[in-house]
Design a protein around this ligand. Structure first.
Ligand code: UGA
Length: 447
């Protein structure tokens, strides 16, 4: 089947690569000419494990191509996927200008009929509005709208696109549903759950999933605060919760909270949507409040161990919003970096892939070329992103590089006993801290 993809980003590229692997003829279009040109040489503009190889494989097979011209995409494709960004407006509402503009740009060249598939996360009702806008723009063409929300995770985008656990397809058009079934046939035959609904339900289901996942994280972070107040252990609390199959273990990891281009934005957009619909749902606001508190709580822990932050050097281990990506949008590490810089600390971050993007976001944030350079002379290290390279960090050499052996573990990556054994003052989230007596004395002497 011939398929068009509009938007060569975090969703569009893995989708394109996966559809090409499934045997479809895929053309990706984007207005960013240098990006399209680079993609023609299989150069992916961001870090996503396995994506470069998938794109190269598609190009090599002759089933994947890139263009800035939407005309052939509209004329030759059975379905066109809209995979453009829906960034938040200042009000929190999703900005749908790119969705409308890009769909109209393709529609202009359509003939006869065209299936337009929304993959971007949008408020429920968007496909109905888009259907009207498209019909108005090109009266002779029959446009069938489909909502096919993306559930991929950054850092696992290739795996999630090739082997999704579930595929959700919503449309009021039975003909479009049939085409989508054919498109996903290999994935359906591979055993993925395949759910068909109307388009409004599919749009709402996507917001419901992300809001609920964010709720789980904030619930775990609220538990962490309660554990700190009652000398209990959040890792055990959430482990026991996750053992109940009705709850499940995913997204119950307490720490610095959620970031990224999805949860913060989607939650805000969902909040504005339900307000507009006239439903009172204060729980959504609480999810965000607890998430903001998670960063503030780690900041307070740093202040507690270092007292004044002026002339103190703080090393941030990890800057990306999570491991496996160079995406720093709404990254908790950057929120923490801003608080530390404002408080007068010297902040040195190290991330295996996100240094450059992070430094561009936070004035005053320095970056180091490797973890040892970041730790050198630091009065405190804060584990912000649980990259594998930090799991295996040699704590003895880390300790000797640092001015004070203090580790604040914003992701509960390490074990207290190991850290105490290495001579660290160790401060995790929602768990008991450890502080070797010798370190207490040194710290007291230096303050
Ligand atoms: C999320 C969803 O997991 C995907 O299903 C969805 O398709 C995607 O949003 C989207 O809407 O496009 P993603 O943002 O890539 O995917 O990452 P997650 O793995 O869900 O992590 C989000 C944030 O939550 C990260 O900052 C992570 O560190 C944090 N997190 C995650 C926790 O703090 N605790 C957890 O237990 C899990």
């Amino acid at each position: 089947m011939k398929v068009g993809i509009v938007g060569a980003g975090h969703v569009g590229l893995p989708t394109a690569g996966a559809l090409a692997r499934l045997g479809h003829q895929v053309t990706v279009t984007d207005t960013d000419a240098p990006r399209i040109e680079a993609l023609g040489r299989a150069e992916v503009p961001f870090f996503e494990p396995g994506l470069q190889e998938l794109i190269a494989e598609g190009i090599e097979s002759g089933r994947l191509s890139f263009t800035t011209d939407p005309a052939p995409v509209a004329r030759e494709s059975s379905a066109v996927f809209i995979c453009v960004g829906t960034p938040p407006r200042v009000t929190g509402e999703a900005n749908l200008v790119a969705v409308e503009k890009s769909a109209l740009a393709v529609a202009r060249h359509a003939r006869g009929s065209l299936i337009v598939v929304e993959k971007s996360t949008v408020p429920t009702g968007t496909s109905d509005r888009l259907a009207k806008a498209l019909a108005r723009s090109k009266p002779g063409v029959s446009f069938q709208l489909v909502s096919n929300p993306e559930f991929l995770r950054e850092g696992h985008a290739v795996e999630d696109s090739l082997h999704p656990a579930r595929v959700l397809v919503g449309s009021d058009s039975t003909a479009a549903l049939e085409v989508m079934r054919e498109l996903y046939r290999p994935i359906i035959d591979g055993g993925a759950e395949y759910v068909e609904t109307d388009q409004r339900t599919a749009e709402l289901a996507k917001h419901a999933c992300n809001a609920y996942l964010a709720l789980k994280i904030s619930f775990a972070n609220a538990m962490a605060r309660i554990c700190e107040l009652s000398d209990a252990d959040v890792v055990s609390v959430t482990k026991v919760m996750g053992m109940d199959p009705r709850i499940g273990p995913g997204h119950l990891h307490a720490g610095l909270g959620y970031g990224g281009s999805c949860f913060p934005k989607d939650l805000a957009a969902f909040q504005r949507l339900v307000e507009r619909l006239g439903y009172d749902f204060p729980l959504l606001g609480e999810i965000k409040r607890i998430n903001d508190e998670a960063v503030m709580s780690v900041f307070t822990k740093i202040e507690e161990v270092l007292w004044n932050l002026e002339e103190k050097r703080v090393a941030l281990l990890g800057l990306a919003f999570k491991p496996g990506t160079d995406d720093v949008r709404f990254a908790p590490a950057l929120a923490l970096a801003r608080l530390l810089v404002d408080a007068g600390a010297e902040v040195v971050g190290y991330d295996p892939v996100a240094n450059e993007l992070a430094a561009a976001e936070v004035p005053g944030l320095k970056t180091a070329d490797n973890v040892h350079e970041a730790l050198d002379g630091a009065h405190c290290a804060v584990l912000c992103t649980e990259w594998d390279e930090f799991r295996t960090l040699d704590m003895t050499s880390a300790r000797s590089a640092m001015a004070f052996p203090i580790m604040i573990d914003g992701r509960n990556l390490y074990e207290s006993s190991d850290m105490a054994g290495a001579g660290f003052t160790y401060v995790p989230v929602g768990r008991r801290s450890v502080s070797p007596a010798i370190e207490d004395r040194l710290l007291a002497d230096s303050l």
